[in-house]
Design a protein around this ligand. Structure first.
Ligand code: PLP
Length: 387
């Protein structure tokens, strides 16, 4: 009998993939399922990006690339950050990786260990808590509250810091809540972190381009005094509808880039060369497809907000970013898992239980509005009828 190390049994998962698999089984049985579960744009990757990858393959880009990514792409990332976030970053501190998740995995591996603590958003992206537990570190939840639009209080976060804290993970705009942290809160947090120089920060900014109502993204990289300990995660998956390409990047401080590169060499060597050329075309080419996707998402955001608030027992605050609505279902008397199962089994609507994003997600259901307005309306009608 083979025996794995205990750390493996501490790994969690991302339920969105399990719900997707169950939805596919139902579909294979002939049932019509509306999928508001999985968090990926329902758009195709823009054609000029696809063409760039095809061309790269035709032009013979078939070999390993440098472990940290092709220089052209790292330079394009640095220029994009300078233009959008108004921050200078050294392209040598940019590390191209196979998806946004990899930067997260590496950062948590770098700082998590038995006896250390890592603060992470709860409800939040489930992989944070999973990998923290895997490393043996203590996962310390930073509670996100509905009454603050699922932001957090800087003082509350700072009060969680102990001498054992090694890393704080932030995510704005956020999954699963759609919450956006204001500049004022970020300023307060950044200021407070000055008193805790032993604490590193991972800023997950994968939804940085997915903001509504003219809201401006605040990047943790903007705070000069934190630059030697902030790692920033972003990528192409959400912005350019490229989830299946597996392409993301991290911007690492000078003291961590060598460790990140070494982890990459030990893990995946480099990212698929053609995907990197696609990423280059995405950043340097026309952005109208991104703007159009955001216009459509905004329309759906308003629609799903109206629809969810008309379901008896549901309330939903208007999400400020990403493409998720996090509905409060406590008045229905059902818990999150019961509701997720009922909606999938009886209404044929795939959603994700709030508890898939941590203990503090109880009483909520996440709806991804990366689906057509017709399907969103039909899903809401099915739910009303079912309940
Ligand atoms: N960070 C957050 C908050 C996410 O929601 C996701 C994907 O859902 C990721 C990171 C990972 O993105 P990728 O698919 O590029 O690995």
């Amino acid at each position: 009998m083979v025996e794995m190390v205990p750390a493996i049994s501490r790994l969690g998962t991302e339920s969105a993939f399990e719900v997707l698999a169950r939805a596919k089984v139902f579909e294979a049985e002939g049932r019509d399922i509306i999928n508001l579960g999985i968090g990926q744009p329902d758009f195709q990757t823009p054609a000029h990006i696809v063409e760039a990858a095809v061309k790269a393959l035709r032009d013979g880009h078939h070999c390993y690339t440098p472990a940290n990514g092709i220089p052209e792409l790292r330079q394009a990332v640095a220029i994009d950050i300078a233009e959008r976030r108004r921050i200078e970053v050294d392209p040598d501190h940019v590390m191209i990786v196979p998806g946004g998740k990899v930067t997260m995995f590496f950062a948590i591996l770098m700082f998590g260990n038995a006896g250390t603590e890592i603060i992470y958003p709860n409800p939040g992206f489930p992989i944070y808590e999973s990998v923290i537990n895997f490393t043996g570190a203590c996962a310390v939840p930073m509670a996100l509250h509905e009454d603050t639009g699922f932001s957090f209080s800087a003082n509350e976060v700072l009060s969680l810091i102990t001498p054992r804290t090694r890393l704080v993970i932030l995510n704005s705009p956020a999954n699963p809540t759609g919450g956006v942290v204001s500049r004022e809160v970020m300023d307060n947090l950044a200021e407070g972190l000055e008193a805790h120089p032993h604490v590193a920060v991972l800023s997950d900014e994968i939804y940085s381009r997915m903001l509504y109502d003219g809201c401006q993204h605040v990047s943790l990289l903007e705070y000069e005094h934190l630059r030697d300990r902030v790692s920033m995660l972003d990528g192409w998956s959400k912005t350019y509808a490229m989830t299946g390409w597996r392409l993301g990047y991290g911007v690492w401080p000078a003291g961590l880039i060598a460790a990140a590169t070494r982890l990459s060499i030990n893990c995946h060597s480099c990212v698929n060369a053609a995907a990197q050329w696609a990423g280059f075309a995405a950043l340097t080419g026309p952005q109208d497809a991104v703007e159009e996707m955001m216009r459509v998402f905004d329309e759906r955001r308003r629609l799903i907000g109206r629809e969810l608030n008309q379901i008896p027992g549901f309330t939903c605050i208007e999400p400020g970013g990403a493409f998720y609505a996090f509905a409060n279902i406590t008045s229905t008397g059902m818990d999150s898992q019961e509701m997720q199962d009922k909606l999938l089994n009886e209404a044929g609507v795939a959603t994700i239980a709030g508890t898939s994003f941590g203990r503090l997600g109880e009483g909520y259901i996440r709806f991804s509005y990366a689906n057509s307005t017709d399907n969103i309306t039909a899903a809401a009608t099915r739910i009303r009828t079912c309940l």
